[in-house]
Design a binder for this molecule. Sequence first.
Ligand code: NAD
Ligand code: USQ
Length: 391
Amino acid sequence: MRILILGGDGYLGWPTSMRFARLGHEVHAVDNYLRRHAHAEAGTDSLTPIAASLPERASAFRGVTGLEIGVSEGDLLDWDVVERIFRDFRPEAIVHYGEMPSAPYSMIDREHAVFTQTNNVINTLNVLYAMAEFAPDAHLVKLGTMGEYGTPDIDIEEGFIEIHHKGRSDILPFPKLPGSMYHLTKVHDSNNIHFACRIWGLRSTDLNQGVVYGIETEDTTLDERLNTRFDYDEVFGTALNRFCLQAVIGHPLTVYGTGGQTRGYLNIVDTIRCVELAILNPPEAGEYRVFNQFTEQFSVLDLARLVQSAGKQVGIDVRVDHLDNPRVEKEEHYYRATHTKLLDLGLEPHLLSETLIESMFATIERYKARVIFDHILPVTRWRGIREGSAR
Ligand code: NAD
Ligand code: USQ
């Protein structure tokens, strides 16, 4: 198939591009390096060294495997870019990772919130219009987030819920309670995509993904130039990835508040497999479906304890700190989210284990000299708009 990977230079987009190329698909990756620029601006960087650009990555991949990955450097906010790529490549499937993915980034101030919402919502609208015009039969596999649902006091369903109201019933989108300006963008996207499917007959799978962890896939380990990025700073690093790095460098684990916050998690290897399963089993024309994409749920404290216990196995003494929670979120809550649709399609999860954490420790140890210590503690706060930030 001709598969377009939007955000193909990212943590998930690059290994996905390699995987699909190795499976024999024709792959074209697009990115504007937003993520790299955001790190350069903040003075942070990936722990793993990554090749300097998408063309360099594609050329290294060609050198190692003999396979091609087409690349375009361009901004999905720019209609001319999107139109040209869709006209030239005529995708059969589009995997859309190309958004600003960080909740803390979106909560820094007005400017970052406006940018995040503009970037994510408008670029997805451009993709929907390009599909309607140039690839109406293509399948959009869109990365959403479990955070769209928030933490309601009832079980979370996969996208839709049957509601009985005053003697009548209907199956309607599950209520959304997102917890950041970033998470809100995914809700707006979901509404826009659902609309495009209903009105124009497009087909899409919205993958409400949990928090991803892991550093390596089968392809990234072939050669150091094929590494994917791995971040641990307070803005872009996610919980388990941060905890593993903190353990290795002897930093106390940064549990926010009590640590009762429970979320769905999955291994980066499973992210790629889920996207593949969605592509192999496309929806009907006009169908908008939602898969909850995670394999296990943990509280933040569960994760900290797992890292502590894996540390013990390899002789690292891991301390756990409870910091004042910089976010506004429930710290003790009910959480039970359905996630059967991908399992029904054949997903065989790589579950979290101490062995896996130990292998993450080993990779982190290899690159330890690259750690930037200044950006580990959280400074971005949800409450209290910073003075001057609304200008
Ligand atoms: P990432 O930042 O590494 O990847 C996103 C890529 O998209 C970046 O390389 C960025 O430069 C690019 N991009 C952003 N805006 C763009 C634009 N306007 N034009 C062209 N390229 C653009 O993030 P990631 O962790 O790989 O996440 C990928 C997707 O998965 C995101 O949509 C994110 O919201 C979602 N997601 C990630 C996680 C996770 O834990 N990593 C969990 C759930 C959902
Ligand atoms: N947390 C800590 N300590 C830390 C970092 C995080 O206690 O050092 C807590 C947070 O307060 C939160 C939980 O861990 O309760 C998860 O935080 P996170 O930073 O790992 O993840 P989050 O901000 O939710 O965002 C990440 C990705 C985002 C994706 C989302 C999936 O960055 O792109 O959408 O996970 S989900 O969480 O299901 O919404």
